[in-house]
Design a binder for this molecule. Structure first.
Ligand code: GLY
Length: 466
């Protein structure tokens, strides 16, 4: 149950972690598409949502640690706004709902910050990622707008990461409840994986399911017969028999918690033998790395488990060769699996990525790798109960990467380039679930969308119209 205590507790915990000064958390503003009154869907800043909970533009929250004050800065709406937007609650009412009793007009924010800065007090803020808030922070702090990001508070970032990484029971409930929308999106995509349908049609239907289910998509949908392009946002292809349709899509819950799943379906309902062989390796990598996902285990290790399953499976098919452990240690599997196993999930699809991934996915013990492939792993550190993360191994045949490595004879002791050459038209397969780290291991959130070969084929066939 979300009530004011959720937010007062969070702010209290934050104050315990940041020693002194002022914490300034800017909300987001409406963002114009092509003229000021035609805006994108409003999306509140996630840090603001987490600590102040008000899903409304034009606000800033201040936690004044030294003086034990919590203030929301924002303006009550004018009669003109009421005419266009309908009756609105007062700022005081909105603030009271999240346990704040002190509000001030937005225009007073600069006086408050200036006074504190003049008194030599530290102003803590997280890195801005929108131009308007970058400019505002520049005005408020006196730093040039190009410098503002670098002046953000590592102490505040680390405190926010500590709190937000471990999901509260109601957050898990909210996520789990919304998994029904994710399931509907992905089973619909499977049913629509029919020759003659277009990627654009599938994408549009999925966006509609997300919106009808409570919120906008949590990131631009990847829906492509060229799954080998990891973040493929081109939707211009018409599906044909024999294609693999990769759909990586997620939805925001009403409280803005993100889902993020990927499934890959055979257009028309039957995998070819070659597709089955590669697909099964990805299923095995997904299941085996999930079994290795436990509290206390670095997620980097689960990533390497997936990498070994992939290298071993590809060796069995004659695409890789040599000792599997040595191949993975050298990074040879990354020709086929060039991204990380997963990332944190929460109010953002890549949760807290605005703080800089180094603070979210790594720590003093586990540092990022600079090896190609492993370097893209967003979450390497040890897992804790109630982390919510993605598990998303994949195998891709990326012609430009194959050509590059082959021309350089890169790691040729582990890769059978002649055979790989014959897979350059294969595409890509990714299989992604959202998982909750529990006290003893982990579990998949929500009903698992079909993933085994027979179940996927059956779901696709159930969508045939003739
Ligand atoms: N599912 C999209 C991503 O993780 O980047």
């Amino acid at each position: 149950m979300v009530n004011s205590k959720v937010y007062t507790d969070r702010r209290r915990h934050l104050k315990e972690k940041v020693e002194r000064g002022i914490i300034l958390i800017l909300g987001n503003n409406e963002s114009p598409v092509n003229y000021p009154d035609n805006t994108y869907h409003f999306r509140q800043d996630s840090t603001f949502l987490y600590f102040f909970g008000i899903d409304y533009p034009g606000l800033a929250g201040v936690i004044d640690i030294d003086n034990d004050r919590e203030i929301i800065f924002g303006d009550d709406v004018s009669i003109e706004s009421i005419i266009w937007m309908g009756p609105q609650r007062s700022m005081a009412d909105r603030a009271a709902e999240v346990g704040i009793t002190e509000t001030m007009p937005f225009g007073k924010l600069s006086d408050y910050i200036e006074e504190a800065a003049n008194a030599g007090r530290k102003i803590h803020f997280t890195p801005p990622y929108r131009g308007d808030n970058m400019m505002l922070l520049s005005d408020l702090t006196g730093f040039h707008h190009n410098e503002v990001k670098g002046k953000s508070s590592v102490e505040l970032i680390k405190a926010c990461v500590d709190l937000r990484s471990v999901k509260e029971p109601w957050e898990i409930e909210e996520l789990e409840k919304h998994m029904i929308v994710a399931y509907e999106m992905h089973t619909t995509a499977m049913k629509m994986a029919q020759p003659g349908n277009t990627e654009q049609q599938v994408t549009g239907i999925l966006e509609g399911i997300s919106m009808s289910g409570g919120g906008m998509v949590s990131f631009p949908i990847i829906c492509s017969v060229h799954g080998e392009t990891l973040h493929n946002h081109y939707h211009g292809n018409t599906l044909k028999k024999g294609d693999l349709l990769l759909v990586d899509a997620g939805s925001e819950s009403p409280k803005h918690y993100a889902t993020d799943h990927t499934r890959t379906s055979p257009v028309g309902g039957e995998f070819t033998q070659r597709q089955k062989e590669i697909y099964q390796i990805v299923v095995d990598a997904n299941n085996t790395s999930r079994e290795a996902t436990k509290p206390g285990v670095p997620y980097r290790d689960a990533h390497l488990v997936a990498a070994k399953v992939i290298a071993s499976g590809l060796k069995d098919l004659g695409l890789m060769k040599g000792n599997v452990d040595e191949a993975v240690a050298a990074g040879a599997h990354a020709l086929f699996f060039p991204h990380g196993l997963g990332h944190m999930l929460g109010l953002d699809v890549h949760d807290m990525e605005d703080y800089d991934q180094i603070y979210v996915g790594y720590d003093d013990e586990i540092r990022p790798s600079d090896q190609f492939g492993l370097a893209y792993l967003r979450l390497g550190r040890r897992l804790q109960p109630n982390f919510v993360i993605t598990n998303e191994p994949g195998i891709y045949f990326i012609p430009a990467l194959i050509d590059k490595w082959r021309s350089e004879k890169h790691l040729e002791q582990f890769i059978n380039y002649d055979k790989v050459e014959t897979y350059k038209d294969f595409g890509g397969i990714r299989l992604e679930d959202d998982i909750l780290v529990t006290e003893t291991g982990c579990r998949i959130l929500g009903e698992r969308a079909p993933i085994d070969i027979g179940d996927v084929e059956q779901m696709v066939k159930s969508g045939k119209t003739e």
